[in-house]
Ligand binder design. Structure first.
Ligand SMILES: [Zn+2]
Length: 416
């Protein structure tokens, strides 16, 4: 026994002494991404950068013309920080080594001690995961050919009524606040129920209780014949710095709620194969509490073909065409299908993110249900995010309309 212990000790000591120091390299010439990805399996795709992990001489061993970059030494392990709450760097402080930043993501390395203090800061707005090579966090390279356009789908998406959407959004903003677990939750739920009921759907207010108290999700069902289901979801609650008094929640998430309602209105009289279920969640802003409760109650999820979540779909600043499809890699076929539909029926340019978190798509994905979040690209620089100013002022109806068109076309493509 003693001998084994000594032997192991020696092995560890040798490994420790000769362990290669790890460096990270950042390739920014996108034309080289394919070649570099093939040559170096320990890569991480982060939007406009491809990060490589390896030793001091990695680049020369890859032998790729035109690739001349210097590495940065890692300080401990490599991690990805994600924020749905604006500037991701504000959470990280100066004690970690930042290697790359892309929108809401930051790649950094840190010693375990430093990391432990950061892990305590995690909440539903901020999260840290360990990073290894061979992953796509975000990709701009979505090369999908347009499919054959279906004239029926085309005629329906052209019928989406922008004035109706404007009025519905104004109606939601007029609530002043839709913060969850307040006495007025029930009134909001009944109001939403009446909207879906007027369309002729079987509609139900689903009460749920959690540590924050009691609130209500709203569910409307359009019956099909196949026994299979598609969900269109979004959260209707809102928040701000004064959530109990003023949280208009225009972009977050009046925009997505209106998307769910507008599609429900448009397809009410079409015969479709599958059940289409429209759900508005409460409690998202306190940690996806409504959708967690809702998904927990779903029995038999095998017949769910797809779930589309709309959360923040009406803000853009610099990037005219780009928006995000966010999911997990197991749902890649569904994500690519949506990218194709996007190209067939809209002018949107999708970017795909494979680190899903922070909104109502997550509980579905945890159950391995193919689910996609559609979200504006520049949410990390939206000045009204969780502010009392998230009202009509910066709503971009043209952009919002296009994302809703995509989601409508997806539902129809699956169910006609
Ligand atoms: Zn939201």
């Amino acid at each position: 026994m003693k001998k084994i212990v000594v032997f192991l000790f020696v092995v560890f000591a040798v490994v420790f002494c000769f362990a290669e120091e790890l460096y990270i390299y950042s390739v920014s010439d996108m034309k080289l991404f394919d070649r570099v990805q093939n040559a170096c399996k320990r890569n991480i795709e982060l939007g406009d950068k491809l990060l490589l992990l390896g030793g001091k001489n990695l680049i020369s061993t890859l032998n790729i013309n035109g690739l001349r970059i210097k590495g940065e030494k890692l300080e401990g392990n490599l991690y990805l920080a994600m924020s749905k709450d604006g500037d991701v760097l504000k959470y990280l402080g100066k004690s970690v080594k930042i290697h790359s930043v892309y929108g809401p993501y930051a790649v950094f390395s840190a010693e375990l001690k430093v990391l432990e203090s950061l892990l305590d800061k995690q909440n539903y707005q901020f999260k840290i995961v360990r990073l290894k090579g061979g992953t796509v966090v975000a990709t701009q390279r979505v090369e999908i050919k347009a499919g054959i356009s279906n004239p029926v789908i085309k005629s329906y998406i052209e019928k989406l009524d922008r004035d109706y959407m404007k009025n519905q959004l104004q109606h939601l903003i007029n609530y002043q606040t839709r913060y969850s677990f307040m006495p007025q939750d029930k009134k909001l739920a009944e109001d939403m129920k009446s909207i879906f009921s007027e369309f002729g759907y079987q509609t139900e207010i689903k009460e749920f209780t959690c540590y924050k108290g009691k609130s209500y999700n709203i569910e409307a069902v359009k019956k099909g014949t196949s026994g299979k289901r598609i969900y269109l979801v979004g959260h209707v609650d809102s928040t701000s710095r004064k959530p109990k008094v003023l949280a208009p929640g225009g972009d977050d998430n009046g925009s997505g709620s209106v998307g769910v309602i507008a599609i429900a209105r448009l397809i009410k009289d079409i015969k479709l194969k599958h059940d289409i279920i429209f759900t508005l969640f409460m409690g998202e802003e306190q940690g996806i509490l409504g959708s967690n409760a809702y998904v927990q109650d779903l029995n038999n999820t095998d017949d769910i073909l797809a779930v589309i979540n709309m959360d923040m779909i009406s803000f853009r600043k610099n990037l005219k065409y780009t928006f995000i499809l966010e999911s997990e890699t197991f749902a890649k076929p569904f994500v690519l299908k949506m990218a194709e539909i996007c190209k067939t029926y809209t002018w949107l340019k999708p970017e795909i993110h494979y680190r899903a978190w922070g909104s109502d798509h997550v509980p579905f994905l945890k159950k391995k249900i193919p689910t996609v979040l559609t979200i504006e690209k520049e949410y990390d620089i939206n000045p009204n995010y969780h502010q009392v100013t998230d009202d009509m002022r910066d709503i971009d109806f043209e952009y919002m309309h296009e994302i809703i068109k995509l989601n409508l076309a997806t539902v129809l493509d699956y169910s006609l």
